[in-house]
Structures are given as structure tokens and as C-alpha cells.
Design a binder for this molecule. Structure first.
Ligand SMILES: C[S@@+](CC[C@H](N)C(=O)[O-])C[C@H]1O[C@@H](n2cnc3c(N)ncnc32)[C@H](O)[C@@H]1O
Length: 477
């Protein structure tokens, strides 16, 4: 008879298989963000404790991170079931008209059936690739179910190079495939978009390697806390951090598996969780004390809070967004930080009246493909469609033109995205400047390197172990 501990490991392994099947379907076919699909799944399955949820989350995210390689381990049936466009094909075959389409997308469509072997190959492969030194106990269950020898898996895990581990793992499964190449880890359309612009500063191989690493957590000290004092306060709560050598408010969290929302300094509003790349955008805006700024695509207000902090709590930040729910989140965060100079307003992307053009600065942190966060959200690499790049570009230009109407004479306009796709970055700025001759790029100092820019900045993950972002600073002349 199996011991209780072995039974628990068994059921954890099975839970990973079921959850993976559901999230693959939601993320790849319905294109829902994997973190939201996972959250729904946890809500329906209250029996998962904190440790189970961590294992499930890490396993699912590792599968997406290495999906470009791992999908080649699938049976033909599973590969077909998860192919892009499969959901639409089923809809059309079933004679579903387009009106009912979106409703059906969220409810009735049957989930594809991964064979147990498919799910297990993906899960064990994901751990072998992503975290070979720290395989979970469930890996023993998967190893047994694939009829592999433990000693064989351990040997593969000792190989330092991910491509060697993958090639040996697929051979152990009896599959004879082409050796793994790094470029398969991005969808083809995204790779050709990258190649089209032949960026001189970018080492493409290094970029792809960075995309495969788990990103660190960055926080931003605020409310008159300096980074050193915050690091000491966090250490007392068991959270280790490192100060950034150039950015005085930025700290990298080095303790893993810690809930930052639960520590006392967070409750006191001493810091916000904000990626380093996102923090750079506030520094490009460089608002001054007493000024009026408009953060027109504020979302939950990561950058509104930073702008308010940089102004030392004086002046005003008007934060708007099309999603009212997000602004409510911002209000909560502003209360925690004690920023009463942030005002929230709904904004649907229309130009504002001339008499309201009173802002010293306007930040347009535009909705984008979010390719810059694909390291953090690896499922999105496989969910974003090339057509979205085109539609986003149109929306971005419309929002930038509308937001520019709020800039006072001699004021600043900052356009930002968390993307590395040229068309939604330099492309949008060039089109905007071509039809708005009273704006021009304003060179600024790159906050990470100290170098003078031409008024635009593209940050890559390798520049600061962070997301990728783009920013352009313009002045109304
Ligand atoms: C990149 S996110 C902003 C993130 C936010 N600035 C932060 O730092 O957390 C882009 C935001 O633009 C908003 N948005 C999308 N379409 C919009 C529209 N048509 N008008 C105004 N806001 C829009 C989205 O709701 C989203 O919150």
C-alpha cells in the first residue's frame, strides 16, 4: 500500500497534468493570459494549498517558457489540437455564426484532450530545462510514468547547457528530432520582426537566452524611504534585497518564494513592486515638484505613483484609463502610499478641449503587444497574433495624438510601451512627429547608462535584468 506522503506526491503530479491541460487550452487557443486562467482554476479548486499552487504555477509557466522546444515532444494529435487557429476551425466546422462566437469562446467549446503521456513529457521536460537542480518530488512520478530511469534523468539534469538537456531528454523518450535551436523559442513572425530592423546594439542570441531566464522581482522605494533604510527594514522581515548601483530607489529582491504583500513595510506604503524597466519610464518623464502631469493610460497606476513620488507629493498627477476598475486599484495604492495629489478620471481616448491643455507633462504608457514582458509572461509569446501588432499601432497613434492635446506650450510629452517591436515604438513616434510639427524629440540622459540619447530609448532585458521598454521624450515647441 502506498504511504500518505507518496499518495500526496502522486496527486500533486496528477493535479499538474490537469491544470496544465486547462491552461494550455485557455492560453494558446482562447488567448487568455495564463495567470488569469490559473487564478480561475485555483478559485474552483480550493483544495490546493499554497505549496500546491506554487508547484502548479512554476510548472505551467516553465512549460510556456520552453514551449518552442517542448511542443515538438507532443503526439501528432495533441500538437494538432493545440495548433493556433484550432479553436476557430472547430467553430466553423460546428457551423457557429460569428455573433455567438465570442460567447462560445468562453463557455462551451470542448477542451482538447492531451494524452497523459503528452502532459507528463511537457511537465518533466519543463523542469529539466528550467530548474534542473531543484526537481520537485512529482518529477519521480512523471519519470516512472514515462518509464525512464531516475538515474538517467538525474544525469541529463547535470548537463549545463539547456540545449544538451533537451536533446538528451528527447532521445531518452525515444524521439529522434533535429537538435534544438534557440531561435525556435520565439514565434517565427516575432523573429522576423526582430530581424527586419537589424538593430546594431542587439545581440540576438543573448536576447533569446535572457528571455529564457526567470526574471527577478524589482521594487521601488517611495514615500521618503531611501533604498538603504528600506533594505534594512525588509531584512528584519526575512527579505533580502540588493541596491541598484545607479537608480537610488530601485532594489532587486533576492529572496525567493516570499510574499512581499504581507510584509510590514509594504503595508506602510514604503515600496511598490515595479520592474526596473518600468521605473526607467518615470525617470525619463522627470517631473518637477509642483507641476501638473497627466498619466493618460494609467492602468493600476504603477507610473502615476512614481510620478507623484518624484514630485515629492506636491503638484498634481491626473491618472486616467478606459478601465474604471483599474483606477479603483490605483486609488487604493495611492491611499497606502499617502499620495493625495493623485486624481483619477475616466478617459476614453478622445482629444481634450483646448482650455484644458494645461499639463506640464503628459505620459502615454500605451496599450501594446507587451512583447517586453514575454520573459515574465512567457505564454503571451504564443498568444499574441501578428495582426495585433498592426491594430495596436493604430490605437497607439490615435491615443498619442489625443493625449498631445493636453500638453501646455513648452510642455513635455512622453510616449512609452513595454515592447521591443519597432512599428509600435519608433514607428508610432515617427508618424506622430510627421503630422505634429510643433513637437520634437528632446534628448535626455539614459537613466541606466548615463549616455545622452537622441530623445528615444529602447531598453532590452540584458541592459538591466529587467523587462524591455521603449520611451520617447518630446517637447511642444
Ligand atoms: C501598458 S498599460 C498601462 C500600465 C500602467 N501605466 C502602469 O504603469 O501600470 C496600458 C493601459 O492603457 C489602457 N487603455 C487601453 N485602451 C485604451 C483607450 N482606448 N483609451 C485609454 N486607455 C486605454 C489600458 O486599460 C491599460 O491600462
Amino acid at each position: 500500500m502506498k504511504s500518505r506522503a507518496a499518495g500526496k506526491v502522486d496527486s500533486q503530479g496528477r493535479a499538474c497534468e490537469q491544470v496544465l491541460e486547462e491552461v494550455l487550452y485557455e492560453a494558446l487557443l482562447k488567448r487568455r493570459p495564463a495567470d488569469r486562467a490559473l487564478a480561475d482554476c485555483f478559485k474552483r479548486n480550493r483544495q490546493y494549498g499554497a505549496r500546491d499552487r506554487r508547484l502548479l504555477t512554476e510548472s505551467v509557466f516553465s512549460v510556456f517558457r520552453w514551449w518552442g522546444w517542448l511542443r515538438s515532444l507532443l503526439s501528432n494529435q495533441a500538437r494538432q489540437a493545440l495548433a493556433p487557429g484550432e479553436l476557430n476551425r472547430r467553430m466553423t466546422e460546428g457551423g457557429v455564426d460569428s455573433e455567438k462566437h465570442s460567447r462560445l469562446r468562453s463557455h462551451n467549446t470542448p477542451r482538447p484532450c492531451l494524452f497523459r503521456d503528452d502532459a507528463v513529457r511537457l511537465l518533466l521536460g519543463a523542469w529539466v530545462l528550467d530548474n534542473p537542480q531543484d526537481l520537485p518530488l512529482a518529477a519521480d512520478v512523471w519519470t516512472e510514468s514515462l518509464e525512464l530511469a531516475e538515474i538517467q534523468v538525474r544525469k541529463i539534469c547535470r548537463r549545463p547547457k539547456a540545449e544538451t538537456r533537451f536533446n538528451e531528454y528527447s532521445q531518452a523518450l525515444g524521439l529522434h528530432m533535429q537538435p534544438a535551436t534557440w531561435d525556435c523559442l520565439l514565434p517565427e513572425w516575432a523573429r522576423s520582426e526582430l530581424a527586419k530592423w537589424a538593430l546594431p546594439e542587439l545581440d540576438e542570441k543573448e536576447f533569446l537566452r535572457r528571455l529564457q531566464q526567470r526574471p527577478p522581482v524589482w521594487i521601488r522605494a517611495q514615500k521618503k524611504w531611501n533604498a538603504r533604510a528600506l533594505a534594512a527594514a525588509l531584512e528584519k522581515c526575512g527579505v533580502e534585497t540588493e541596491l541598484h548601483p545607479r537608480l537610488p530607489q530601485a532594489l532587486r529582491v533576492t529572496t525567493r518564494k516570499v510574499s512581499l504583500y504581507a510584509v510590514e513595510p509594504f503595508r506602510q506604503g514604503a515600496f511598490e513592486i515595479q520592474d526596473l524597466a518600468s521605473q526607467l519610464i518615470g525617470l525619463v518623464c522627470r517631473p518637477e515638484a509642483g507641476q501638473r502631469w497627466w498619466d493618460c493610460c494609467a492602468g493600476a497606476g504603477g507610473k502615476s505613483l512614481q510620478l507623484a513620488d518624484l514630485m515629492g507629493g506636491s503638484g498634481t498627477v491626473v491618472a486616467s484609463d478606459i478601465r474604471a476598475g483599474k483606477l479603483a486599484d490605483l486609488q487604493r495604492r495611492a491611499r497606502r502610499g499617502g499620495y493625495d495629489n493623485i486624481i483619477t478620471r475616466a478617459w476614453k481616448g478622445k482629444p481634450i478641449p483646448r482650455k484644458a491643455s494645461t499639463f506640464h507633462g503628459v505620459l502615454v504608457d500605451a496599450p501594446c503587444t507587451c512583447s517586453g514582458t514575454w520573459r515574465r509572461n512567457p505564454d503571451r509569446r504564443w498568444a499574441v497574433l501578428p495582426s495585433e501588432l498592426e491594430s495596436r499601432t493604430k490605437l497607439q497613434l490615435r491615443l498619442l495624438r489625443a493625449a498631445a492635446s493636453g500638453v501646455a506650450p513648452d510642455g513635455v510629452l512622453v510616449y512609452a510601451t513595454c515592447s521591443w517591436f519597432q512599428p509600435e515604438n519608433q514607428g508610432v513616434v515617427e508618424q506622430f512627429l510627421a503630422s505634429n510639427p510643433h513637437f520634437s524629440l528632446e534628448p535626455f540622459t539614459h537613466p541606466l547608462t548615463g549616455a545622452k540619447t537622441d530623445g528615444t530609448m529602447q531598453v532590452w532585458p540584458g541592459d538591466g535584468d529587467c523587462d524591455a521598454v521603449f520611451a520617447a521624450r518630446m517637447r511642444k515647441t
